[in-house]
Design a protein around this ligand. Structure first.
Ligand SMILES: Nc1ncnc2c1ncn2[C@@H]1O[C@H](COP(=O)(O)OP(=O)(O)OP(=O)(O)O)[C@@H](O)[C@H]1O
Ligand SMILES: [Mg+2]
Length: 246
């Protein structure tokens, strides 16, 4: 089943498309990785998929329903149903991890009793391997732990769909591998669907079920990761050779 379907989509700024004619689907319970050279439009596409940048043309359907970018109420509903792991984590330094993770609950479920919110935050911290760290402040954590905490917050409302922008950027190789393992575990054990923007080729090899390759303002490849890795297409071959060389 597909959780997102995109049809004839143009995305860009000020009426000028960065990407045009995109049609693809994001299958549920799998990890779709968006790749492309710097400036190819990965972040722009992500911004539109999470409702922050209205498309210039075309439509996006989430669970079959067309997203109406003119309706603030509908966009607010969208923000409740998806999780987003921003590149800079966006943890609030003056709050503990427990409080950071509970933040979306405070925003979207004001009626929840404090104990219920705290309990959910604890469960999520456990799920990302940070059990027992809830009383710490972000500045007390390593880069990898901050990413995990931000992921716990992105997932605290248990969205079925989580978007990640460069989740392993700036992490050492071992910490990056640990985060990749966490994403695949959340997919396999909890059935979470991920859309991940990354240009870390090792990460792609570890996590990608499907690959979307952006090039020259278009979607150049859309398919299974294994199909991309075995492709005779010269650009794709060069892309994966870069992996071998890195
Ligand atoms: N707010 C903006 N206003 C106008 N143009 C923008 C804006 N943000 C990005 N662009 C342009 O859109 C194009 C795609 O940028 P985007 O950030 O989506 O690329 P990217 O694939 O994410 O690159 P990177 O790998 O470097 O993050 C670039 O030409 C960029 O200059
Ligand atoms: Mg980007």
């Amino acid at each position: 089943m597909d959780i997102i379907t995109v049809r004839d989509l143009d995305v860009g700024y000020g009426g000028r498309p960065v990407l045009s004619g995109l049609s693809f689907a994001v299958p549920s319970g799998r990890i779709t990785v968006i790749v492309g050279e710097s400036g190819s439009g990965k972040s722009t596409l992500l911004k539109t998929l999470i409702g922050l940048l209205p498309p210039l043309r075309g439509e996006i359907r989430l669970d079959g329903g067309r997203i109406d970018f003119d309706s603030e109420r509908e966009l607010a509903g969208l923000y409740r149903r998806i999780g987003v792991l921003f590149q800079n984590n966006a943890l609030l330094e003056s709050l503990t991890l427990d409080q950071n993770v509970a933040l979306p609950i405070w925003m979207h479920h004001r009626d929840w009793p404090a104990e219920k919110a705290a309990e959910r935050a604890r469960i999520m911290l456990g799920r990302v391997g940070l059990a027992g760290h809830g009383a710490k402040y972000p500045f007390e954590l390593s880069g990898g732990m901050r990413k995990r905490a931000a992921l716990a917050r992105a997932m605290v409302l248990e969205p079925g769909l989580v978007f990640c922008d460069e989740p392993t950027a700036g992490l050492d190789p071992i910490t990056a591998a640990g985060l990749d393992e966490l994403l695949t575990e959340l997919r396999t054990v909890h059935g979470v669907t991920f859309v991940v923007v990354t240009h870390e080729l090792r990460s792609i090899a570890r996590i990608a079920d499907r690959l979307l390759l952006l090039r020259g303002g278009r979607l150049q490849f859309d398919g299974e990761y294994t199909e991309a890795a075995a492709s005779a297409d010269p650009y794709l071959q060069a892309f994966f050779l870069r992996k071998a060389a890195s």
